[in-house]
Design a protein around this ligand. Sequence first.
Ligand code: AHR
Length: 524
Amino acid sequence: MHRLLVCFALISLALTAPALAAQRVELTVDVAKAGAKIDRNIFGQFAEHLGHGIYDGIWVGPDSTIPNTRGIRKDVVAALRALQVPNIRWPGGCFADEYHWRNGIGRERVLTLNPNWGGVTEPNTFGTHEFMDFLDQIGSDAYVSINLGSGTPREAAEWLDYMTTAQATTLEQERAANGHPSPYKVGYLGIGNESWDCGGNMTPDYYLSQLKIYTRFVRNFNPARQGNQQMLKIAVGPGGDGPEWTEWTETIMKAYQNRHWSWDINGLSMHSYTVVRWPPAFASVGFGEAEYSQILKATLGMEDLINKHSAIMDKYDPQKGVALVVDEWGAWYKPLPGTNPAFLVQQNSLRDAILAALNLNIFARHAARVRGANIAQMVNVLQAMIMTDKEKMVLTPTYYVFKMYVPFQDAAFVPVAFDAGTYTHGNISLPRLDAVAAKDRAGKLWLAITNLDPNQPIEIETGLAGITAKSATGQTLTAPQVDSVNTFDAPHTVVPKVVSVEVQGGKLGLTLEPKSVTVISVEE
Ligand code: AHR
């Protein structure tokens, strides 16, 4: 019996040996082949009037004891400034198609309800001026979603007149009287939200007829913001990969190809959450390797979805004039116990950091077509960057990934070749590793590498073609468990730390910790 056991142990050792040997991965980065610009707008955020996303999360009011500038939390502003957030999509989401902008301007705000998100009272104290002030404070651009579901073209056109007109119109004067004489910049305009669902249950053809009307009449009126400064119009796009979504993309893109001078779009939106089952059933904390691997498997489906809809777009728009804008993405888990389920409160773990990196990598690889994305959502809702509770604030693991990826904003995509190998748990198999590289505007090379394997480190050797590396530095984000989180009481469980990178003979060598995201920069 004993001999049998020894024999069995030896056989298993022999079987596991090749797997251990496979923990080395060689990467080749070809800097000479730098390609499409990774549009900084793929790092966009989404702030909806939902739960504590706006109220408490951003807006506390000027009389609050929480430090604020004109009612906007100073701690949240400081944290977001560090992310160099390119744009914020607002006011929704489903909320946008019930939002009437006049309720949120002037001294007397109109109290309404928020039927989509728990039927709570909407005070409208955070309206157009407060949103624009918030953007100014963090240094970001406006991505405004207009109300196509329950509004009218006239209401939306007047909102744009109010926000963007420089000439003396009545609405321009009203804006000035409300405290802002100069026109606001609206960088991006969403023409409705999920018009196939909460935005009005429209068929593709019906939506198309509305789209033509809205893009005709809802204009950026500021003469200084025309030509290449123009406001970009984003049409509602698909929300999945079934035939109904193919039909949606086909309908809009075919019409775009045959468009008349009087209407136009610059982008097509796409929504895709990592959810696995609906209603959301996965816990955001207190899970193990099975749920870790299932969620990561699901999130990698973003690649196929983008390929599918890009192929349709390529058919009608080979010049890639229309950007694919993934303006709602991220993990959607079941609400945290004890919270209002309509407020979509979930924890944010190391798993979410890895999920974020994988999606950002996918967007970067599709840089020529995917020129915008907005993670859902920025504060206190779904896969948030920041969580607040009264005066307390904590930065999530996802926040740190966005911070580590800042150098990739508007950098040129650089191809990386590697054989990822496979990490398997139960019946789930995933690539063990993922990597992207980019050359920033100053010419510096950056590399982001994710080790998906929660158990094994990976030794990396990176060959660099096109540059002679002298030194390299980096940061890595990992934590003891796949479900490790930052809390108000323990905010530093998942934070980046310095990683050491060896440079020898122009090659980079480093060890990636299990379940980690690493970003390194290379000095020539
Ligand atoms: O992000 C939450 C909701 O998800 C948005 O309001 C809606 O557009 C989507 O269904």
